[in-house]
Design a protein around this ligand. Structure first.
Ligand code: ATP
Length: 251
């Protein structure tokens, strides 16, 4: 069996006397979409902050592609290919969609194009940006200023900005927050189209999205893993239904 791309090993974190992450262990396999769900205050954001490097755990380890990254900061983890999107937008409103993606490509490329002539390097970046925009269905909106894109299109743009940097995993922090029904469906389809190619760790309150996308679901309750398994197993888990989905849940 393949090695996990991301592995959390006995992660624990307290805020003062309050334990917010309790001995959390989970794995994301290559190509897998792994959703983490749980009621408000369950510790999902705190967990994702420890994965991206914003917060350091009190104990336990974060392993990324086999490497212990527990002590690395956000930038170092991002350089290794750990991308986090949707919580903090890095879109420049006055730039076109294409320019935003080109900027992201350039940031990632850094000095790696230094052997190319500048004009050639620019062309490579423009090509990569156009490919990423096409991958999220924004090819025809390439020249539109980001400020003029719809909310859903902005989300797609942020995804394109992540994709152009060729991440090895994407952490999706409530991608559907603030999006309408039609946009949620379109974004869900977009993410489903990446299934198998790009592993994702998804935190999301919208259960329709979670059950449409996830290969595996981990349920956090009061900072601890209450259950983990296939969507089918989670849907039918009596403990989960009581603690989180609600007995009458039809998700
Ligand atoms: N910086 C902080 N200092 C102290 N307590 C915090 C801090 N951040 C979060 N908490 C507490 O930690 C617990 C977990 O919060 P967290 O935001 O991780 O939960 P969540 O599952 O993401 O919630 P939601 O679904 O509402 O976004 C909550 O009780 C919250 O009040």
């Amino acid at each position: 069996m393949a090695d996990p791309i991301l592995k959390l090993d006995d992660l624990s974190k307290n805020f003062g006397a309050l334990p917010v992450t309790r001995h959390v262990s989970l794995e994301v396999m290559p190509g897998e979409i792994h959703a983490v769900i749980g009621p408000n205050g369950a510790g999902k954001t705190t967990l994702i902050n420890q994965i991206s490097g914003v917060l350091k755990p009190d104990r336990g380890r974060v392993l990324f592609a086999g490497q212990d990254v527990t002590r690395l900061g956000v930038a170092a983890r991002a350089r290794l290919g750990l991308a986090r999107i949707f919580q903090i937008s890095s879109v420049v409103a006055g730039f076109s969609a294409q320019e935003n993606v080109a900027l992201a490509a350039q940031a990632k490329a850094g000095s790696s194009f230094r052997f190319l002539k500048p004009a050639r390097a620019d062309r490579v970046i423009e090509e990569k940006a156009a490919e990423s925009l096409a991958a999220v269905g924004l090819a025809r909106r390439a020249d539109v200023a980001a400020a003029l894109l719809s909310h859903g299109e902005k989300r797609a743009l942020e995804l394109a900005m992540a994709l152009v940097q060729a991440p090895r995993i994407v952490l999706l922090d409530e991608p559907m927050a603030g999006t309408g029904k039609a946009e949620t469906e379109r974004l869900t389809e977009l993410l489903a189209g990446l299934r198998g190619r790009l592993p994702m760790l998804l935190i999301e309150h919208d259960m329709a999205t979670v059950f449409a996308l996830a290969d595996r679901i981990t349920v956090l309750v009061e900072g601890a893993v209450a259950a983990s398994g296939s969507p089918e197993a989670i849907r039918n888990d009596p403990v989960v239904r009581r603690a989180y989905l609600g007995e009458d849940a039809h998700a």
